[in-house]
Design a protein around this ligand. Sequence first.
Ligand code: CA
Length: 715
Amino acid sequence: MRKLSVPLACVVLLLTACSPSADKAAKPAAPAAQVDAARLLAADDAANIGQWMSHGRDYSEQRFSPLTKVNTDNASQLGLAWFADFDTRRGQESTPLVIDGVLYVTTAWSKLFAFDAKSGKALWAYDPKVPGEWAVNACCDVVNRGVAAWKGKVYLATIDARLIALDAATGNVVWDISTIDPGQPYAITGAPRVVKGKVLIGQGGSEFAQRGYLSSYDAETGKLDWRWFVVPGNPADGFENKQMELAAKTWKGEWWKTGGGGAPWDSIVYDPKTDLIYIGTGNGAPWPAEYRSPGGGDNLYLSSIVALKPDTGEYVWHYQTTPRESWDYDNTNQIMTADLPIGGQTRHVVMQAPKNGFFYVLDAANGQLISAEPYVPGVNWASGVDKKTGRPIVNPAADYAKTGKTTFVSPFYGGAHTWQPISFSPKTGLVYIPAIQSSYAFGASREDDNPMGQKLSISFAKSAELTAKTNPKPVSKGYLLAWDPVNQKEVWRSEVANSGRSGGTLATAGGLVFAGNSENGFAAYRADNGEKLWSTDVQTGTMAGPVTYELDGEQYVAVQSGFRQTGNYYAPNYSRILVYKLGGTAKLPEAVPFVAPEINPPAAFGTPEVIAHGEEVYGRFCSTCHGSDGLSRGMFPDLRMSGSLQAAEAFKAIVIDGALAKNGMVSFAKAIKPEDAEAVRAYLVNRATIAKQAADARATAKAAAAPAGAQPHGN
Ligand code: CA
């Protein structure tokens, strides 16, 4: 079973390799990325129909393209037009922009690449050189979801919480500012948006007990214009505005000491019809509401859609999907605006499929609930949403901190859907969602499992115990879901093999839906009934949102591949931008078969008690990244094969002294004592010895079974 991201500090060794070479001589002669409000409003006009100028294509963020040259009749003829490899195997989540023949795509570690969208020729590359140590401030990998473009510049937000404006023609830096106070452990993974000449950006980090906020910067100068905090600070310091004062009444205790959370880390949408921006806000910190706000309170404005005025950041309305959030149900997921036929009239709505498993349709002008129904089976944290009050009917058993009992809650903390883009086709009236059916055994613990500064207050040990003794195992599977938002019902689904996960989606007027998945596939489906019309092996998982564009009469489909949980750390890096067109004949290099490296541990040492202690420490602080039982989780080294096991000094130099901090493997000296590190080494040597004995036994058995006279041969 593949696991989705675990919200712990993922600090890792990473491979360093050369960047794709950027041809500095090949610069577009015409002014680049000339995007403005008029052009975005005319995104479907002939002049712009072939473009993908903003994160969700246009202001509505429906990720629907009016292009039709690739359609249900010919999708089977799609082939690779060009591709380019990236220099990191970390997770890839970027939605490219394609503007006037140039494709801009970001990668893990906040790097940005510009390509000729037709030929794939590299135009320029930009590396903001984020400190590797900053990886410890990213809950869920050093990913980046894309850039914004505005009047000749592209805007990139970085994992170390900078916002950078670049000349779109050259990649030269115009301005580079920090969005945080010095020393704060925030991280940014999301794509900025530009609205009315202002660059909007939030940040991630609710797991680190922070106070989330959205900022607005002048697109020309990088000067801060306004900032809207999601949760109130210490009342003794005074409130920034009326809404913070009102919100403070929904909190108890001394929440400000742990920040409260609420980081708006993904969705920011501008609606020209209402002249409002809608943001999705994050989960609470620590996770159990009973711990951060003992005795009650909705904890505004956590897990909400909030509407703000773009010119001032003034609050207009909010809808809290998950009051008293306790399950990591960030509500940051993609928000779309649309006109839907509801009750005999056309309603202008916002739609969202957030982590909590309910699909919401709200009036875009005032946030009034129109409908909300579970879009995956098994949702049990709430039995429904009260249409009169707009509040969920919460299952008391789901309040695990209050009951003190470890309880299976569905959806799990990764959500029924999270950052992977969804799309909406006005032609079919359906929303295409990478959906997940799952549950998780939530158990509260003030002491347990809070490694590296994260304030989860969740007992992973209790969860593992309950999961281990539950038979049959709870359902955990992903699928591409076509959802009717008017009638709030499933229309079709396409399940992903091996209980894998669907990637982000794109809908087109050609009657198609495109989506990748965790099982190395990228495919086109009929938008009306889910029939798979075309699929291709991309050699790695593809979770990012695809886009489509047209150049010189040909339609292209582009998607970024690279999935951090799949494959093996020692396997080749297949992080790429892949571009397809009808009749494309480019070929990916053959996938290199994975050959496990040799395990060669030093002599086993340590008493059974020391090894057991090492296992416990490893489980708390190392397993999230390096895998349970010492086994690799894909993007991080399998420590059973680590050369550092050979000597106590070498292991200590990395774990305690931070010798590999620049690569993302920071010192654990704050959490792990040197003697504990040595116990971890004893445990890993023990695991490596067992693995080596098993490998030797297999080799012996194979040799014994070989026919007489057979000669060994090298490979
Ligand atoms: Ca979260």
